[in-house]
Design a protein around this ligand. Structure first.
Ligand code: ADP
Ligand code: MG
Length: 289
């Protein structure tokens, strides 16, 4: 049974009738600080303000106050990613701190998962995270977090700027930086598979060894550049919309990924309450090999 089959089977046996969340493992050794989104001091300078209230409104993880089920779930996924990135497994992975988030098809929740993972990692005291909008044809991180899609990844890839620090923006969360998609370009997708992208990935992986980099990527099916991107990263979190994406589709989508990638599956949109509101629940995670 493949990891995803196991995860789906487990999810079926555990699925609650309501929006309750079942977590496999409580995290008892969290390094998270209690509240990480304090009102910024007037003198503090940052480029992007992440508003906790807006995050809540949009169903994203809260970054302060009470622990929610959603936080617990992302904490669990985050632990796996951090362990792969910096633990013993990191020695067998190339660029273990670079993580792609993708899915077979659009709309399965790549951006939702990317943002929540980044927020969750930003809560760590000793880790920083860079969230990159690499879904360059359908960029949406700027819309979800409500900031301007200014100079970003595409501007760097097409040579408009050579300075990586110019396309990395600080936020009011000390540990979170963001790289927007940047200006659309007629070779948008091709640029993702360019040598410049490979060089940038290497640099991002090595420059800050305690930093996790999350790439919100295009889907795996129908975008030939996504598997090329996969060859630049050490880990992939494949988002699967539960009850919608067929196992065959998932297999087809992941068959193009390189063998030495650590692949995890995130089951998304798994619960619908009577109000038809999505709940987030469930995940399966494992190495492909
Ligand atoms: N677990 C979830 N709970 C609630 N809404 C979700 C969840 N996952 C995704 N969505 C919503 O579904 C839509 C598609 O998700 P998105 O992350 O933009 O997909 P993708 O990036 O894969 O195209 C968005 O409106 C998003 O807010
Ligand atoms: Mg998206």
């Amino acid at each position: 049974m493949s990891t995803i089959e196991k995860a789906l089977a487990k999810q079926k046996t555990k699925a609650p009738a309501t929006n309750d969340v079942v977590t496999e493992e409580k995290n008892t050794e969290s390094n998270e600080s209690v509240s990480v989104n304090p009102a910024p001091a007037p003198t503090e300078k940052f480029d992007i303000f992440i508003d906790n209230e807006k995050l809540t409104e949009r169903g994203f993880l809260h970054t302060g106050g009470n622990t929610t089920n959603q936080q617990e779930e992302f904490r669990h996924i985050k632990r796996k990613l951090i362990n792969n990135a910096f633990g013993p497994a990191s020695k067998t992975l190339n660029n273990s701190n670079l993580i792609m988030v993708s899915s077979a098809n659009p709309n399965e929740g790549k951006t939702f998962v990317s943002i929540n993972l980044a927020l969750s990692i930003a809560l760590e005291q000793d880790k920083t995270v860079l969230l990159i909008d690499a879904d360059v044809l359908r960029p949406s991180i700027h819309r979800e977090l409500e900031f301007e899609n200014s100079t970003g990844l595409l501007d760097y890839l097409c040579g408009d700027t050579d300075d990586v620090s110019q396309i990395i923006y600080s936020t009011n969360l000390n540990n979170l930086k963001i790289m927007p998609a940047g200006k659309a370009h007629h070779l948008t997708n091709e640029l993702l598979a360019s040598d410049r992208m490979a060089t940038l990935s290497k640099e991002l992986s090595s420059r800050y060894p305690d930093r996790l980099v999350i790439f919100d990527c295009p889907p795996l099916l129908g975008v030939t550049e996504t598997p090329v991107l996969a060859s630049l990263v050490g880990q992939a979190a494949v988002v699967v919309e539960e009850s919608k994406t067929k196992l065959e589709t998932i297999k087809r989508a992941t068959s193009s990924l390189n063998e030495d990638l650590a692949i995890g599956f995130v089951l998304n949109k798994t619960i619908k309450t009577s109000k038809d509101v999505y709940g987030y629940y469930g995940y399966g995670y494992g190495r492909k090999r």
